[in-house]
Ligand binder design. Sequence first.
Ligand code: M6R
Length: 623
Amino acid sequence: MCGIVGYIGQAGESRDYFALNVVLEGLRRLEYRGYDSAGVAVLTDGEISFRKKAGKVASLEQEIERAPLPDAILGIGHTRWATHGGPTDANAHPHVVDNGRLAVVHNGIIENFSELRAELSAKGYTFVSETDTEVAATLLGEIYNNEAEGDLTRAVQLTAQRLEGAFTILAIQADHGDRIVAARRNSPLVIGVGEGENFLGSDVSGFIDYTRKAVELGNDQVVTITATDYTITNFDGTPASGKPFDIEWDAAAAEKGGFDSFMDKEIHDQPAAVRDTLMGRLDEDGKLVLDELHIDEAILRSVDKIIVVACGTAAYAGQVARYAIEHWCRIPTEVELAHEFRYRDPIVNEKTLVVALSQSGETMDTLMAVRHAREQGAKVIAICNTVGSTLPREADASIYTYAGPEIAVASTKAFLAQITASYLLGLYLAQLRGNMFSDEVTGILESLRQMPEKIQTVIDHEDQVKKLGQDLANSDSVLFLGRHVGFPVALEGALKLKEIAYLHAEGFAAGELKHGPIALIEDGQPVFVIVPSPRGRDSLHSKVVSNIQEVRARGAITIAIAEEGDEAVNAYANFVIRIPQAPTLMQPLLSTVPLQIFACAVATAKGYDVDQPRNLAKSVTVE
Ligand code: M6R
């Protein structure tokens, strides 16, 4: 939930004495992970100096302008999403202890912090914050001065062994101006490898401006970085190694690129996100290739149940995927919120395939669900957007979504990319298990291949939706209705509006309307209806058109999202937002887009920070 960055260079090099700038730049890029407070510490001539401030990184920068920090070649920084203790200056990181000699930043939750605090208090230590981090820092100081005899790396190893829960900690000590030592357990940390300088970041955006070379750190590992080297060990001090990788996107991908917000940019990135997720997975003849699925085909053939686990938007992508996977593979498929799955004693065995969806690959609820499933013998396939994150490392196989960095807290392009990747998985399983002929698979792949262009068409008509967003911005509540794959789209439309526009919104299965929710309808209530294709199966289309009539008859303002050429909706919809024609299962890739644009427009009209909504963080790395 928090963002952490560390930098060490050397005198005489190009970024000589610019540690502060490098760290602040990293914090700005990592701010999406948490923005309750921020802080930095730099080390110069055997002295640690620090500033920290409640509020966003901009407030910290103002504080530094007011009270400048010295030049330095070494610095650490933190941007916080509060867990223990509110977002105050005192609770902000870094926590500087041991008479100003030791500074620590931390991401995660230390579960045994109360016992440790009591133990340290009994030894005479006092605390100035309510945080678990200050307790960890104090423990580190105690160990550094005693058991570790002034060896910072050893002190971090020994401290990590005493901490329970999830944590990444970065520590600097005044007598060690040549190193940063970090430990990680169940919380992300990546090393950035430069020339004559090295970096640490919660993810690669913390140092993307400076290097494209990175190393993934394993769980329960400690790393010591200097300007020219890094050394990895396990918590017990035995040598270990990380996994080097190249960062495939550049700093420009993490910029707004002329858009007003990251969310706006990321909505516009969606044709590319879907195209890139398909790329390399269709051969010249349009056939499916999924080389990355290193799971024995015999095991995949024996699967008798699929459980998709995920949270938030990713879970809605999973719900969309279920319709396709069951239809194509004829394997019973459940979708469950990861935190519910983990704690309900689910029936899972070696014939269960668990598919975990996550943009960040760091969502703790999803990671816990995956660990639980693997303990029961299930195979796990991760669908993930973040190379170097924890989820792909813990899964049996991974399919990456190539959406590029998603910075806005509200997920947009990751959703479409997750649906696309899940569809590829469904088609692969159907092909492998003989549920579909290869020309059927090829036909669906061809429909998928056409989607980026169709998504672009929806985006090209965004002005109509933006205007609607401005006009309806003062509504008290907005409802969303859909059937079949339109149902999770309705849920996603409501989530977007809640999280960035702070507007009450609910998504319903349209068939459920008459079982209760229709009582909510009164004069002027905006209701979005996701209309299935009239060319689709069964009588879904006419049933949804009836639902529009039902709410309209009770005074609702009806907004239909309907295919080009679907004239049946015209009589009952106050507004019709057109999407290109596409097979039913492809429609979510189109019908979601106006809902994202709408939420963004409402939040903008209300003057809210679209990218960093209140109380939220991009990666939810606590349970
Ligand atoms: O990184 P993940 O995909 O695992 O994140 C899951 C949810 O926390 C995330 O989708 C969240 O619901 C978004 N803020 C929704 O826009």
